[in-house]
Design a protein around this ligand. Structure first.
Ligand SMILES: Nc1ncnc2c1ncn2[C@@H]1O[C@H](COP(=O)(O)OP(=O)(O)OP(=O)(O)O)[C@@H](O)[C@H]1O
Length: 399
């Protein structure tokens, strides 16, 4: 029996149900040469199915022994059958036969935003130009806005809960789409700040501190994570970098500190310095800073983020030739400078990770690195699902 109960309400007429035989022939019996990626819940293969014509697909084979995986498998099908939009990756179908749980997606040939930002030199030779990064951010923001609010034709009302650069996929035209809905939640129905109480889930480096503390999940937790993605795009740094100096381990805190100190130039991706217009950079940095505000209600909605990113893009595309890089402070930073209690200063961290909050909760850390600072040793762990005492990798705040 499969770990997934495929009641008729679960499967959508829009998603095709494949047999295991079809999945094996699509992936040459799950051949290793066809593996294009690995996530915490299994391998992803490049495959081919026929539906009148040959279609290239991405086949995600989940670990059948993972109970958590079974839940996420069901959620992914429910969400992607309900929400269909050009900025969300499309689910073509699924297979739930003989203990197997397999998802079939449209194939995204240019991989993930994370690949292009953090795997330069491996699969990708040239850094992404600034305009492309901006467009990718706008596409991803549109996808999230749709998920949060929907359109007049199709209401949204969901929270993604695992927004990160490795869940932003890129197609042939560099159009970006949000993927990985296994952790997402439906609701709440009404205004942006209403919440649902849930176990704390997500990925370190992107977790909204307020959600981590209170378990009150709102759309603003996605906005926070999106702010981290924006900083990644600007800086070319991962959300958590344990090989950096201790005060720079968490990009969210480090980035905000630099924004408020007017030292963004220290962390901006060097390949972008000649490209970014000052006014565009100011706007971009200000949006990111607001997305990362410690109070969820002070963060913008994704709809506002879309509009403002489009504005930033218009600035970048303007004809004015004053493309200069100068350190900037966001308006928010300037406004809050008056209130010193709001200024976040990353303190020098002690060697051991400081708990930013505590409490036993279930975290889906699908893969992370433990780096022994000062040595070159890195251990890659892949843990399907674990229960943890949550300790954020963010440094302590000096108040
Ligand atoms: N639709 C797709 N088209 C092309 N490649 C894909 C697609 N979906 C996933 N991949 C590749 O497979 C990799 C693993 O994806 P997956 O969603 O399983 O894990 P992840 O999001 O990277 O990590 P995790 O889900 O564990 O947090 C991705 O990084 C990407 O390279």
């Amino acid at each position: 029996m499969s770990g997934y109960d495929s009641s008729p309400s679960m499967s959508s007429s829009l998603s095709r149900r494949f047999s295991l035989f079809e999945m094996k022939s699509a992936t040459d019996n799950f051949a290793d040469e066809l593996v294009i990626g690995r996530g915490g819940f299994g391998k992803v293969y490049k495959g081919s199915i026929t539906d009148g014509e040959n279609i290239t697909v991405a086949v995600k084979r989940l670990n059948p022994r993972s109970r958590q995986g079974a839940r996420e498998f069901r959620t992914e099908i429910e969400m992607l059958s309900r929400f269909r939009y050009r900025y969300l990756v499309s689910l073509i179908g699924y297979c739930d036969q003989s203990e197997e749980m397999i998802l079939v997606y449209e194939y995204m040939p240019r991989g993930t935003l994370a690949d292009h930002l953090h795997k330069l030199g491996k699969n990708y030779s040239a850094p992404l130009p600034w305009l492309r990064r901006l467009r990718i951010c706008i596409d991803a923001a549109r996808g999230l806005d749709y998920l949060h609010i929907g359109t007049s034709i199709q209401p949204g009302k969901a929270i993604h809960r695992d927004v990160k650069s490795s869940n932003i996929l890129l197609d042939d035209n560099w159009d970006a789409k949000i993927s990985d809905f296994g952790l997402s939640r439906l609701g709440p129905e009404d205004e942006a700040y209403s919440h649902v109480s849930t176990e704390v889930k997500g990925t370190f480096g992107y977790l909204d501190p307020e959600y981590s503390l209170t378990r009150r999940l709102t759309r603003k937790s996605d906005v926070y994570a999106f702010g981290v993605v924006m900083l990644e795009a600007l800086c070319g740094r991962p959300a958590v970098d344990l090989s950096a100096d201790e005060e720079q381990w968490g990009l969210a805190v480090w980035g905000q500190y630099c924004i408020r100190e007017g030292t963004v130039d220290e962390i901006i991706d060097p390949s972008l310095r000649e490209e970014i217009r000052k006014d565009c950079l100011m706007e971009f940095v200000q949006i990111a800073d607001e997305c990362l505000h410690h109070l969820p209600r002070k963060r913008p909605t994704m709809a506002e983020v879309v509009v403002r990113l489009e504005f930033a893009m218009a600035m970048q595309e303007g004809n004015d030739s004053s493309i200069v890089f100068k350190p900037v402070k966001s308006a928010l930073a300037l406004q809050e400078q008056e209130d010193s209690s709001d200024i976040v200063k990353p303190a020098k961290m002690t060697r051991k990770v400081q708990p930013y909050f505590s409490g036993t909760t279930s975290g889906t850390i699908k893969s992370f690195r433990i780096c022994l600072i000062g040595t070159v040793k890195c251990i890659n762990l892949s843990v399907p699902t674990i229960s943890i005492k949550v300790a954020s990798l963010l440094p302590n705040f000096e108040m």
